[in-house]
Design a protein around this ligand. Sequence first.
Ligand code: 9W1
Length: 417
Amino acid sequence: MNHKVADEGLAEAGRLKIEWAESRMPVMMELRRRFDKAKPLSGARIAGCLHVTKETAVLIETLRACGAEVSWSGCNPLSTQDDVAAALAVAGVSIYAWHGMSTEDFYWAIDRTLDFGPNLTLDDGADLIFTVHNRFRDLAADIKGGTEETTTGVHRLRAMAADGKLLYPVIAVNDAETKWDFDNVYGTGQSSLDGILRATNVLLAGKNFVVAGYGHCGRGCASRAKGMGAHVIVTEVKPTAALKAVLDGMQIMQMDDAAKVGDIFITATGMKDVIVDRHFESMKDGAIVCNTGHYDCEIRIPDLESAAESMRAIRPNNEEFTMKDGRRIYLLARGRLVNLAAAEGHPSEVMDMSFANQLLSLKALHEEPERREIGVHDLSERQDQEIAGLKLETIGKSIDALTPEQVAYMDDYSAGT
Ligand code: 9W1
């Protein structure tokens, strides 16, 4: 058997989810249609390690439609959707993933995806690349290149390349504008609000909504909350980011002051100790606190626990802490990423562009006659524009093109002012 999943009986439910994602991923479906005849990935043997979701299933089936042979594992034991994994297994994909797998099984699954001797790898967090480098170095000679989906993975691979330890070229899919900018702002923005609403069902209109951090994720959360009628307050440590928030029409405050007036708090800083004991002490009765930053140390939960007299789970992903003076504070998803724990991650429409970058990067690596130079490579600006253009086209939006005269004007410095 070339797969291991939780329960193949879930395949039908998984197939419905995949078909729903297909209907929201027009760029992937258009690329699938365009490459159907030419099969540009024939001869490609792709080992992938990425969240097993309905969107990833669309990527996997597009790679196969382009002629690739594919083997897959999940990159996080908790993100695997068992029904999706079952649908892929039943369709003949070599997939090794089930929800809640142990660390030992997790690495066993990655090893299995390497059994067929891949010539390309696809990573989210670089675990697969590290497995090749640390335990299956012989395989590297046949691997033309790999791709990496995340900021963290790209960071680790750049460090490895700088050390001269990288054995094959890698394309940093994360750094494409059509990936990180849309993921962080629109993906995280909407899914974080979605998580808050699923866990609480509160009315946002008229509430004081405090966003800690005005990076891309913070900006996404702030603008979505504003759009739903909340009064948005931003806290920052970086002057340029704070100034952008002010000019975007947000109120800027120090957290010590925001703590007193906020109804809902979300941290999106990437820094620890953003909401701590003195803030919990000054919060209003009923305040809701959550996090959408990568690590769960932005909210100092031990401080909340020691300030509370009692605690109870009141709804899924929603815990009520009653303070000694009777005030109640609600912590969502235990301070873990609220958009993943209480909602469903990025919507399919956003993953559409990230995964189009994956597909076109793998195609580029596969089609190069010579192996690309070893190192971490950025995507071409052309690919970004191609994907954004395809997205516009498939959702029926038209834009203008420069005339030859305008192009000449752009390059002409003699015209003066
Ligand atoms: N990736 N298809 C949880 C997602 C966990 C997750 C994680 C996504 C997608 C951020 C990728 C409970 C999907 C994924 C659903 C879900 C991610 C970690 C996606 C958002 C990133 C650590 N990181 N992502 N869809 N879990 O949305 O592949 O529901």
